[in-house]
Design a protein around this ligand. Structure first.
Ligand SMILES: [Zn+2]
Length: 71
């Protein structure tokens, strides 16, 4: 069994799985606008990203869950 890292907004319960938000450029808000997930390419690096999760009101819950999927 593998572990999946989840970031969840406590206000609207939107969940972001790490595997879904890493390794691609991204800038989005959760449904209620509390969380802002940004993943930007690092300059001069082909494969590196800088993942940041900010919040406006309530700190996100970050936890691991068991998953049947391969990591
Ligand atoms: Zn939210």
């Amino acid at each position: 069994m593998a572990k999946a890292l989840v970031t969840e907004c406590p206000e609207c319960n939107t969940k972001y799985f790490k595997k879904d938000i890493e390794n691609k450029e991204l800038k989005e808000f959760c449904e209620c606008g509390n969380l802002e997930v940004t993943n930007e390419k690092v300059a001069n690096s082909k494969y590196k990203y800088n993942l940041r999760i900010g919040y406006a009101r309530t700190r996100p819950k970050i936890y691991e869950i068991d998953t049947e999927e391969r990591a």
